[in-house]
Design a binder for this molecule. Structure first.
Ligand code: GTP
Ligand code: MG
Length: 441
């Protein structure tokens, strides 16, 4: 059985609201700094994290900030409080310690001074970088991959998702066995997954880990067979999958369309298990699945381990790509989603593009999105185009049908339903040109 996926690397703290802070401010709910000792305390004994990014020299400032905002959001979703961010622009990360020597000293001084409990890097660290950084900084070192795997581990509920997460954890662990977990174990006796007595040898025994990986792969194969049979029993019903970047509103839309109650919240990766619901709109039945959100730099391993979850997407007849138009980098998010779909060989499916959160689309706060063609606006001076301009541009520019909605405010939902009915109907028609739907079963 999949063990309780209460993974690995730091105390599972109850996460509260997320804060995105450059430094520790003194407002309520934020970590407060003791002026005498210089240490930070947080309201619920949160672990405090320092973020580190090493963008290349060409990356615009705004983008660097946004990537760090996303990393902070991930950290906070995992229950850590971000107290500081470090950025070092390098052509490429240092092979030994990811950041240069000077920056490392700076980080070390800060970590000691602020008594931060972990340092989170916005990229995947090599096993040796991880070891070196751990030796140098003497706190938990977490990279983007581990952070995402950790969030997945907290969220996964179904047997398949939990097995997939465990597989990803062991695959992450395998090349990093030396050194990594010994330090963490000293802190709290936690390694990948909660381990029972007799399992403490695991981190020094690659063979055990490899066996476990083989076992989990076999188990996934069995689970796959089961779900394949299940999927087959769904017959010829048209299958629609909601896809998109994490936190764009997929589950909210799922709930709206299927009147179900899928967990949706303002956290990254609220959904890790895919959910399938039968929906009947206007007498047109179809199966709608809510799927795991994508994210920039999603560890390939994690994609691989999540193959069965991604089957829902791969086997769908129609993809509904949900975009959060209120997000300053929604265009990059579209790209990330399209690239991930390509990775899993689901890129050439019919697609509807749903721009969600129009209620939150804000002229003042957001920057002009990158690469916004047709407007010829100067990034620094001119505000974001209006929603109407945006709609016109996107209607013209995308090959796929486009619709603008607010799932939260229920704006344009009837139009979305109608669009779905039209497209699902067309697929059905194509599949069973002469038969009524029920006879085709
Ligand atoms: N302002 C606004 N917020 C929305 C809208 N739709 C969803 N949200 C909020 O956005 C957050 C994320 O919504 P979810 O439905 O969980 O998003 P998701 O795409 O399923 O996210 P993951 O499962 O984490 O990938 C929640 O706090 C929703 O309430 C909308 O139209 N407008
Ligand atoms: Mg969701």
């Amino acid at each position: 059985m999949a063990k309780k996926s209460n993974s690995h690397s730091w105390n599972p703290t109850t996460s509260t609201r997320h804060h995105t802070t450059d430094k520790a401010p003194s407002g309520s709910g934020q970590p407060t700094r003791d002026p005498l000792t210089g240490t930070y305390t947080t309201e619920q004994g949160h672990e405090t994290a320092v973020l580190v990014a090493v963008p290349d020299k060409r990356q615009p400032e705004a983008q660097t900030k946004e990537y760090l905002d996303e990393l902070a959001f991930l950290a906070e979703t995992a229950g850590a409080q971000v107290v500081h961010r470090f950025v070092q622009r390098l052509d490429k990360p240092d092979t030994r310690t990811f950041v240069g020597e000077g920056k490392l000293a700076e980080i070390k001084a800060y970590v000691n001074h602020a008594k931060a409990s972990m340092v989170i890097f916005d990229d995947e660290l090599s096993p040796s970088q991880l070891r070196n950084l751990e030796a140098e900084l003497k706190v938990k070192i977490v990279d983007r991959s581990l952070l995402i795997i950790d969030i997945f581990a907290r969220r996964a509920k179904s047997a398949t998702a939990r097995t997939q997460v465990e597989l990803a954890q062991y695959q992450y662990l395998l090349p990093r066995l030396t050194g990594l977990w010994s330090h963490l174990d000293k802190q709290r006796g936690g390694g990948v997954s909660q381990r029972g007595p007799g399992e403490t040898e695991i981190e020094t025994d690659r063979r055990v880990v490899r066996d476990r990986i083989d076992f989990l792969k076999e188990k996934l194969k069995d689970l796959d067979k089961q779900s394949f049979t299940q999927r087959k029993s769904r017959g010829g019903v048209v299958r629609v999958a909601l896809v998109g970047y994490t936190n764009v509103g997929k589950s909210t839309i799922m709930n709206l369309l299927s009147r179900s109650d899928v967990f949706a919240e303002n956290k990254l990766f609220a959904t890790v298990d895919s959910t399938v619901r039968k929906v009947v709109l206007d007498t047109t039945p179809f199966l709608l699945s809510d799927t795991v959100g994508f994210i920039r730099k999603l560890p390939t391993r994690l994609i691989e381990s999540f193959k069965s979850t991604l089957d829902e997407i791969r086997e769908a007849d129609l993809l509904v790509h949900v975009v959060d138009i209120s997000h300053p980098s929604f265009e990059e998010q579209i790209e990330v989603v399209n690239a991930t779909l390509k990775d899993i060989e689901a890129a050439d499916k019919p697609m509807l593009l749903v721009f969600n959160k129009i209620d939150q689309y804000n002229l003042d706060t957001a920057n002009q999105p990158q690469g916004f063609e047709g407007m010829n606006l100067d990034e620094d001076v001119v505000p974001r185009p209006t929603l109407e301009q945006m709609q016109a541009t996107y209607m013209a520019k995308m090959h796929d049908p486009v619709i603008f909605i607010s799932a939260q405010e229920r704006q344009n939902i009837e139009e979305l339903r109608a669009l779905l009915v039209r497209h699902v109907g067309a697929i059905q028609q194509q599949r069973y040109p002469t038969q009524a739907y029920d006879e085709a079963e």
